[in-house]
Write a protein that binds this ligand. Structure first.
Ligand code: SAM
Length: 288
C-alpha cells in the first residue's frame, strides 16, 4: 500500500468530482447551526504542489483541475463550481498560475466553523508528517483538529457516534489494494451500526474489473438493508481504452437535502469542460 502517493493524482478529474461533492455537502450541512464532526479516514498529504515531481510525472491534473481552472471566468460555471475554484484561487501565490492544489483535509479545514471538529487519519509514513505540518501551518487557535497516524478503516469507530450527533465522513482509499473494496463495506457496516444518521461520502474508481463493477451494487445492497437513503454520482471524461483512469464515482449515504439538485447542475458543466473526444458521460441516481 505504501507505493500509492496521492501526489501523482492530485487535481485529476476524480479529485474534481470528489472535492466538488464534498464542498457541496459541507455547504448544505452548514445550513444548520448544530456542530458537525468532519472526518477524513484517508486524508493524504492535505495540500499538493502541481509543479512537483509527482504531479509533473503523471500530468493527471491537466485532464482535471488545470482544464477547469482555465475556465474560471466562464459564464457556464455553476455557483458550486465557482466556489470550489475560488478556494483554489485563494491558495495561489501568483493569481494567473495554478500551482497549489487543496486535498480533502484542506477543504474540510477551509469550510469548518469554530463549533465543528476535524479528524484526519493517514497511514503513510511519509505523507503523514507532510499532512501534519500542512495542517499545523494553517490551523487557527482553538480549532478542534486531530491528526492520527492510523488505519482509517479501523480507527473511524473511535469517533462515532459524535457528541453532536452530526457528522460528515469521507472514505477515500486508493483501491490499489483490492481488499479496500471489502474494507469500505465492512467499515460502513460497523459505522452505520454505531451511527446510522451520519453523512458518508465514499469515492470509488469506475473500472471494468469485477471487484470494481460490483462495488456500487454492494453499496446499494448495504444501504437498502439498513434502509438508508443514498445518492450515486459518476463522471466519465474519456473512453475506456484511453490511458489512465477514465471515470469515477461518489456514493453518498444520507445525502444532504438538495445535493442531487446541485449535482444535476454541476455535472453537465464538468462533463462539457473535462471530456475528451466527446466521450464524456455523467449520471446521478438515488434510491427509488
Ligand atoms: N482524501 C485525499 C484527498 O481527497 O485529498 C486523498 C486520499 S488518497 C486517495 C488515499 C490515501 O489513503 C493515501 O494517502 C494513502 O497513503 C492513505 N491510506 C492507505 N491506506 C490507508 C488506511 N488504511 N488508513 C488511512 N490511510 C490510508
Amino acid at each position: 500500500m505504501f507505493s500509492y502517493r496521492h501526489g501523482f493524482h492530485a487535481g485529476n478529474h476524480a479529485d474534481v468530482l470528489k472535492h466538488l461533492t464534498l464542498l457541496t455537502c459541507l455547504e448544505l450541512l452548514h445550513k444548520k447551526e448544530t456542530p458537525l464532526m468532519l472526518i477524513d479516514t484517508h486524508a493524504g498529504a492535505g495540500i499538493y504542489n502541481l509543479q512537483d515531481r509527482f504531479a509533473t510525472t503523471s500530468q493527471e491534473s491537466e485532464e482535471g483541475i488545470l482544464k477547469l481552472f482555465q475556465m474560471r471566468s466562464s459564464a457556464l460555471l455553476t455557483n458550486s463550481i465557482r466556489h470550489y475554484l475560488q478556494i483554489i484561487e485563494g491558495l495561489q501565490t501568483q493569481s494567473n498560475q495554478l500551482e497549489i492544489y487543496p486535498g480533502s483535509p484542506y477543504l474540510f479545514w477551509q469550510s469548518m466553523r469554530s463549533l465543528d471538529k476535524l479528524r484526519l487519519m493517514e497511514l503513510h509514513p511519509t505523507d503523514f508528517p507532510v499532512l501534519k505540518s500542512n495542517i499545523e501551518s494553517i490551523q487557527r487557535k482553538r480549532q478542534d483538529i486531530k491528526i492520527d497516524l492510523t488505519n482509517g478503516f479501523t480507527h473511524l469507530k473511535a469517533y462515532l457516534p459524535p457528541l453532536s450527533r452530526r457528522a460528515l465522513v469521507l472514505i477515500d482509499p486508493s483501491y490499489e489494494d483490492k481488499a479496500d473494496y471489502h474494507h469500505v463495506i465492512q467499515t460502513l457496516q460497523e459505522s452505520i451500526k454505531r451511527f446510522s444518521t451520519g453523512v458518508y461520502v465514499i469515492w470509488y474508481p469506475v473500472l471494468s474489473r469485477l471487484d470494481a463493477t460490483e462495488f456500487p451494487e454492494r453499496l446499494k445492497k448495504l444501504c437498502n438493508e439498513c434502509q438508508l437513503p443514498w445518492l450515486k454520482a459518476e463522471l466519465r471524461i474519456k473512453g475506456h481504452q484511453e490511458l489512465g483512469l477514465s471515470a469515477s464515482g461518489v456514493w453518498v449515504i444520507n445525502p444532504p437535502w438538495k445535493l442531487k439538485e446541485s449535482l444535476e447542475l454541476d455535472l453537465p458543466v464538468l462533463q462539457s469542460i473535462l471530456e475528451i473526444a466527446g466521450m464524456g458521460q455523467h449520471s446521478i441516481t438515488n434510491q427509488e
